[in-house]
Every structure is written in structure tokens, then in C-alpha cells.
Design a protein around this ligand. Sequence first.
Ligand code: PRT
Ligand code: ZN
Length: 284
Amino acid sequence: MNLKIAVQKSGRLHDGSMQLLKECGIELNNGGKQLRILSSNFPVEIFFLRDDDIPEYVQDGVVDLGIVGENVMLEKNKQTRLVERLGFGKCRLSLAVLRNESAKTLASLNGKRIATSYPVILRSFLDKNLVSASIHEISGSVEIAPRIGLADAICDIVSSGSTLFNNELEEIHTVLASEAVLIANDQLNEEQRLLMERLLFRIRSVKKAKNNKYVLLNAPNDKLDIICNLLPGMKSPTILPLAQPGWSSVHSVIQENDFWNVIEQLKDNGAEGILIVPIEKMVL
Ligand code: PRT
Ligand code: ZN
């Protein structure tokens, strides 16, 4: 039996999804424009679909798993389970108004018209925040709606913000922070569940490795305590004496998010020859 996984056929999540599967050691020979491919070394079948169709196919059991934006998962509102956030395809669904608009608060949207391709998410957000605005659903080019008088505001996906900027729009509120997510049919059988767990184990190892870096450095022995405190590592750092008296080599793992901060402090405390090495997989 194969685990069936839906991936976006083309578009912003296609490459990230294929890259993730590859990093999980799943070999897929995509010979062009096939709808469905099999892996040669893991029991999975990949189906290439439009992202909008993926939640429904997962719900109906046509496929077992799917990779979509959390925004699409929530908008389609099908019966699926969010299994894992995948760390790519990051964007946000935001409310924006014309830059020259004077009122830029949520409350100022009361009684206004908002254009969006995300009516379900927007309706629930407005209700929760007690804003009574009307929703004008359009499927594309949402960003031009305010300038042509079709709406007073928009609710659309933003990543760099340049589309908003080029259309004289200004973000006033984030409705949802989104990224690619793995969703699953909520009635997988035992065999499918076990295969999903094997895949998830690999995905988590890849994700952890991406968030961490391996550090090697030389430290004067009288500064070892301070330097080791800056480097918690997985257990504690590995310390090896160097040929040069009074110096040791320190090996550890640090997290990407406080990376520069830690490096600066290491240097300030006498560390030399600092090497930062990417980690390929991290199995804890
Ligand atoms: O053909 P198919 O239906 O499968 O694809 P699609 O055209 O519906 O989706 P696609 O490929 O555009 O996006 C797939 C998913 O990528 C979305 O559902 C989001 O989860 C995610 N994503 C990440 C984005 C963006 N970044 C993004 N920037 N989706 C859309 N955009 C749009 C945005 O709306 C804006 O108009 O790209 C434009 C540029 O954004 P800025 O802010 O960088 O200018
Ligand atoms: Zn789509």
C-alpha cells in the first residue's frame, strides 16, 4: 500500500513541497507533466493538483495527505486535520486600505466594503472582532479593488508587501499568519497512520536541522565556562584540548533565531576561529 500525498501542481508551494520530500530521502522522478508519480524508495504516491482542490480531496480520502497553505485549509473549511506546519510558503492574510485613507483602525472598517478571495476566514475574523462590514468576494486582482471604487478595503495575502505598496495600499491589520501545512484525512487506517508517522519523523528531523547550526570554535581555557554557558547545545558542548597549550576546541549546536546574538557574545568572550556548519538531519 502507498500513502497518497497531494502537492500543488505548479505555483508557490510546488518547489518547497518537492524539496521537503527530497530532503526526507524520498526519491521522486518527475518525468515532466504527470498527474501522479511513485517514489522508488518509500511507499508514497504524489498527486499534483490545484491547491484549492487539495483540502476536499483529503477530506474525501482520494488522497491521504496534502500540502497546502494554512490560508487555503482554513478557507476551504473541509474535514481535515492539520498535522504539521512545514516552515515554508510563509505569508500573511492582511487587511489593507488606500494609503491616503485617514482612518486606519479595525473599527474604521465598520459599514465598509471589503474585497477578498477569503470570505470564510474574513467573515469569522470580522465577527470575532465585532466589525460589521460587507464582504465582496473576488477571485483575483483583489489589490486593484479600492482604486477602481469596487471596495473600501481589501483582505489579501501579503508576503514582501510590494504588491500593496505598488497599489497605494497600506496594511492595517493581520488576519492570519500562514505557511505551508501538512493536512491529513481524519480517518486514516492503521497502516496509513504508521506510514504517516514514518514520514512525519523524517519531516521533523529535517525541520529541526534547518533551525539549528553546528558551531566549532577555539576558546582560551580560562574563558571556557563563560563560552560554554553561551552554548547550551543538545546536552552540553563537546570540549577537546588543542595542541596549543591553554586552548580548547568547543563543538556545539545553536539555534538559527539567536544565531548572530550568540556569535557576537562568543567573540566578545575570546572565542576564535568560529566555524558555522549547516546540519543536514537532526534525529533526537
Ligand atoms: O494554481 P493554483 O490554484 O494551485 O495556485 P494559486 O495561484 O491559487 O496559488 P499560489 O501558487 O499563488 O499560492 C499558493 C500558496 O502560497 C498560497 O495559498 C499561500 O499560502 C502561499 N503564498 C506565499 C502566497 C504568497 N506567499 C504570495 N505572495 N500566495 C500568494 N501571494 C500573492 C499575494 O497575494 C500578492 O498578490 O503574491 C502577490 C505578491 O506578494 P507580495 O506581498 O510579495 O507583493
Ligand atoms: Zn489556487
